[in-house]
Ligand binder design. Structure first.
Ligand SMILES: [Zn+2]
Length: 395
């Protein structure tokens, strides 16, 4: 008995579709609040990023000043060394002269002449003493100056080491600025996306309020009388790429040249699984048809009102349909899964858009009134170029 219940439960879990309905107005309000907070946080992140950039730029400016000071210090120290060397040269010459006198004193007559040309004995002693003292004094001076040169050279090395570390710090900070700048580009893109999401969520809440929905009321029971207005279209999948354009083309199955392709084909990376196969409504709207035929496979038709104009969207080749005729949807409503049903060669979504209310307005014809989805939804240009969310703008 227990076993049977468990099997039944597992079967139930397997067959229960993703719950797309039965949301109350307050749930939508909560979603709006969450998105608003996310947007505020993102804006705050951008401000922090900007402040960090300013701080880093300020430090780099300081480093330039510090490097200039170090450069001056090195010049001063070098000038000092040059002056000391000159001084040493002079003293050296003096010493040599004195030494010459000593050498003379070892037997040659000039020194003796110098000494004995003293006018008196006092003068004689004076001359001898002065000669010796001058020699000693100059030697000491030269030694002192050599010591000063050594100190100066050591100081130059220290200043150069400081320069090197300042330069590497400057390099590091420049890299930091580059990283902050690229982070800011991402943050700004995310912020723009969030701003649009907030706007869309607000539209949904406002629409249900205008329909007289109460906070605890399931919106599907209070708002299905008219089309919910929207202001823009969103990509129907969170990531993927365009595999075929709207317009005339070589038909992939019949091979006929010039056959008309009534929509745009989107595909996703298989490795991403159900997350990427999940199909969302391209904007607010109402489901007007769900069904199957041999060419479109499982398909749905939705009517939309965007910026005061009527549109329809048709999703074809779906593997699963999660909505019913009459359902009110918004851009976050999961309408089904991408598939390979009907006349299709691989898992993809064929998205057709019409500039009128298909199946509601009898004058609205398929494919006569179809339009190029690229004119309404921003996809990366060309085929097989990835998009990785539903909003980022592509040139
Ligand atoms: Zn197609």
């Amino acid at each position: 008995m227990k076993k049977r219940i468990i099997i039944l439960l597992i079967l139930c879990i397997l067959v229960i579709p993703i719950n797309t309905k039965a949301k109350t107005l307050s749930e939508y309000k909560n979603e709006l609040n969450a998105k608003e907070n996310e947007y505020k946080n993102k804006e705050n992140d951008i401000k922090l990023n900007e402040a960090e950039q300013e701080k880093t730029k300020g430090r780099i400016t300081e480093i330039y000043v510090e490097l200039e000071t170090a450069e001056k210090e090195i010049i001063d120290l070098n000038n000092d060394i040059a002056r000391l060397n000159e001084e040493i040269g002079k003293k050296d010459k003096e010493i040599k002269e004195i030494i010459r006198y000593y050498q003379i004193s070892n037997g040659e007559s000039a020194y003796l002449e110098y000494l004995f040309s003293a006018k008196s004995i006092t003068d004689f002693i004076y001359r001898a003493t002065v000669t010796e003292q001058m020699s000693k004094y100059n030697t000491k001076l030269i030694n002192d100056m050599h010591a000063m040169i050594t100190t100066n050279n050591e100081n130059i090395k220290k200043v150069q080491a400081k320069e090197d570390s300042l330069k590497s710090l400057r390099e590091e900070l420049n890299q930091k600025i580059a990283a902050l700048q690229s982070a800011k580009v991402t943050l700004t893109e995310e912020s723009i996306s969030l701003e649009e999401e907030v706007k869309a969520a607000k539209e949904v809440v406002d629409y249900y309020k205008s329909q007289g929905c109460k906070d605890d009321q399931d919106v599907s029971s209070c708002a299905n009388k008219q089309l919910p207005p929207g202001t823009k279209f969103w990509r129907p999948v969170i990531s993927g790429y365009v595999t075929s354009e709207y317009g005339r083309r070589v038909h992939p199955i019949t091979g006929k040249v010039g056959s008309f392709h009534s929509g745009i084909d989107l595909s996703v990376y298989k490795s991403c699984g159900t997350t990427c196969l999940t199909l969302y409504s391209i904007t607010n709207g109402k489901v007007v048809y769900t069904g199957y035929n041999s060419s479109m496979g499982n398909y749905i038709v939705m009517n939309h009102l965007v910026n005061g104009k009527n549109y329809s969207s048709i999703y074809m080749h779906m593997s699963k349909i999660y909505v019913n005729k009459g359902d009110v949807v918004n851009k976050d409503t999961v309408v089904g899964l991408m598939g390979n049903t009907g006349s299709s060669t691989a898992t993809h979504l064929h998205l057709t858009m019409l500039s009128c209310l298909y199946l509601t307005d009898s004058k609205c014809k398929y494919p006569g009134n179809t339009v190029n989805p690229r004119d309404y939804i921003n996809f990366p240009s060309g085929l097989y170029n990835d998009f990785t969310n539903r909003t980022n703008y592509y040139n």
